[in-house]
Design a protein around this ligand. Structure first.
Ligand code: SF4
Length: 332
């Protein structure tokens, strides 16, 4: 896209941003369940859990996240307290503490979220616990200098972190058949929407995003590496992927890592310092059914993106052609 087009697009995207990038819309997103927790420690655990479960319908996602939180609550634990009791059973652990993993496994036995099962959630919480014990938090692990210094690109840091978690989970005794669906990294080639989104929540900070993996949150270590907003990747899901196609940002039909890079590159040309700031707002168009999979005059006519929407322009042309054909005099 040329500079002029990008500039034109920016002004329309900024309108969407003003309307939808607001905390008032958090109740329509998994992130809304994260901000209900007061401490950064609890928020970090709930954010990771919410992000990895964020596939499928948003109502079901929120229900599934709440389902795990209910199980934790019934054990009189908080997300931050329970992860510290997993995978660290020493002989001198208090008896009541040593029962927690067993009771959690039982509590999650019947749990299911589409492709994932309760045992996957148990493994995830165990890995979060392991990182927290070893580094102080998952953020401190992800941003640890042992993975690479500040010049290591985010993409490679992320690959290395997921490799370490994959290695860590192999050391655990539970059945791991479906767990892998939780851990995605660029080297797998998928669009990695859920982890792109988690990184957005953790690195950006404003009325929507948490900024938990920033120095001021108190979760990181003295020597944690800093990741800037400019390094983030656009989370591409069914909504943002489709809207990116409608706006002509990508012509790719399949959502994979290459599409993520292409779409991120476009948003970098719109705002080099903060390319993913439009994600939450654009997702609202899909989640709130404000952009459907077809051209609807009553909806598209009101849409702030209408004049830059290639899909709508194509549909309007088709309508116009049909109207002209109908207006032609019938052959005798
Ligand atoms: S004009 Fe219609 S199809 Fe295009 S982005 Fe807006 S609502 Fe979606």
């Amino acid at each position: 896209m040329g500079g002029k087009t990008t500039l034109k697009m920016k002004s329309f995207l900024d309108e969407i941003l003003t309307e939808f990038h607001r905390k008032e819309w958090l109740h329509t997103d998994p992130l809304g369940l994260v901000v209900e927790w007061a401490t950064p420690e609890d928020q970090e655990v709930v954010a990771i859990l919410s992000a990895v479960l964020a596939y499928g319908n948003v109502k079901q996602i929120r229900k599934s996240i709440q389902g795990v939180l209910n199980v934790i609550g019934r054990l009189d634990e908080t997300p931050a307290s329970i992860i510290r009791k997993l995978g660290n059973l020493t002989n001198d652990a208090p008896h009541s503490q040593s029962l927690v993993p067993e009771r959690l496994e039982v509590g999650l036995k019947e749990y299911k979220h589409r492709f994932n099962r309760g045992v996957d959630v148990f493994l995830l919480l165990t890995l979060i616990g392991k990182s927290t014990r070893e580094y102080g938090s998952v953020g401190a692990h992800f941003l640890s200098p042992h993975l690479g210094n500040a010049s290591l690109p985010l993409e490679r840091r992320w690959n290395l972190f997921i490799q370490e978690w994959k290695k860590g989970v192999k050391e655990l005794p539970q059945d791991q058949r479906t767990f892998g669906y939780f851990l995605t990294a660029p080297e797998d080639g998928s669009s990695c929407k859920r982890w792109c989104m988690l990184l957005r929540w953790m690195i950006r900070k404003d009325q929507v995003d948490l900024g938990l993996w920033r120095k001021e949150s108190g979760l990181l270590a003295q020597n944690s590496i800093e990741v800037r907003e400019s390094e983030l990747f656009m989370p591409l899901d069914t909504h943002t992927g489709r809207i990116s196609q409608y706006l002509g940002i990508t012509t790719k039909k399949s959502l994979n890592w290459r599409t993520t890079l292409e779409v991120t590159e476009f948003f970098r040309s719109v705002d080099p310092d903060d390319p993913v700031k439009y994600d939450f707002a654009l997702s609202r168009l899909g989640i709130l059914d404000l952009c459907q999979k077809r051209f609807k005059t009553e909806i598209c006519g009101e849409c702030k993106l209408l004049s830059v929407c290639h899909f709508a322009a194509g549909e309007l042309k088709k309508e116009e052609r049909k109207r002209r054909t109908r207006a032609l005099p019938k052959k005798p």
